[in-house]
Design a protein around this ligand. Structure first.
Ligand code: FPP
Length: 231
């Protein structure tokens, strides 16, 4: 594939864990466990394909409304992920960012996240950006409030600079697995000119081959950013 056509920033809405488990007669939590195993596989693969930044929607601001057992399991999986991040992911020169309101997380999880972000500060090759207790509307309103408090002018550029994504910018490609055709409050501001790719494949089944299909589909698109050509 033409290296120029590899999206620099890919964002993924990892949907379908619950249905994947239910279809196998298992608890939804089992699907989340499989889904978290798939995170490792896709993170490595995306970076090996030349993707610079990968953003993942792990837990939305609305997900707290799920049954407590499911929320607890997701938090447990996130803890496991960030505990091993340093050993497994950091060695590949990956800098971690976590976007979202982290106040609501347990002190233990927050400490792990803070420590991983700090320890990966020097990494330059790739960026992994994970959304936890994240909501696009919440992000935009917090950004505008910050600008107002600082008495700064509200412009498209100043808002972008006040978002979590300021250090690395907008996604070129947003992938959603699991068959739903919506953004579900994910990166609303940043998605203005992102290419969107939807697949029915459920997240635990979204493997390297499925990822390559999304990239290859992206590479055939002509991005015009509102102009009449992409030049
Ligand atoms: C959507 O599936 C998925 C989530 C709400 C959570 C995504 C979390 C993971 C993949 C695991 C933890 C993440 C990391 C980074 C280790 P769903 O439950 O809405 O599925 P359904 O639409 O089939 O019900």
């Amino acid at each position: 594939m033409d290296a120029k056509k590899i999206p620099a920033h890919v964002a993924i809405i990892m949907d379908g864990n619950g249905r994947w488990a239910t279809a196998r007669g298992k608890e939804r939590s089992f699907g989340h466990k499989k889904g978290s195993e798939n995170v490792d596989r896709i993170v490595s693969h995306a970076f090996s394909r030349g993707v610079k930044t990968l953003s993942l929607y792990a837990f939305s601001a609305e997900n707290w409304a799920r049954p407590k057992a499911e929320v607890d399991e997701l938090m447990r999986l996130l803890k496991i992920y960030f505990k091993k991040f340093i050993k497994k992911v950091l060695k590949n020169d990956v800098r971690l960012y976590v976007m979202g309101d982290l106040e609501k997380l347990t002190p233990e999880l927050r400490k792990l996240i803070d420590s991983d972000m700090k320890k990966s500060e020097h990494c330059k090759e790739h960026i992994l950006n994970v959304g936890i207790n994240y909501g696009g509307r919440q992000e935009i309103s917090a950004a505008v409030n910050k600008l107002v408090a600082e008495r700064k002018e509200i412009t498209p550029e100043s808002i972008a600079e006040a978002l979590y994504t300021a250090p690395f910018g907008d996604p070129d490609l947003i992938i959603r697995t699991g068959g739903e055709l919506r953004l579900s409050n994910f990166m609303l501001y940043q998605a203005a000119y992102s290419e969107l790719y939807f697949t029915d494949v459920l997240w635990p089944d979204f493997d390297e081959n499925e990822f390559d299909k999304a990239i290859s589909n992206f590479s055939e698109r002509q991005r015009r950013f509102g102009k009449i050509s992409d030049k």
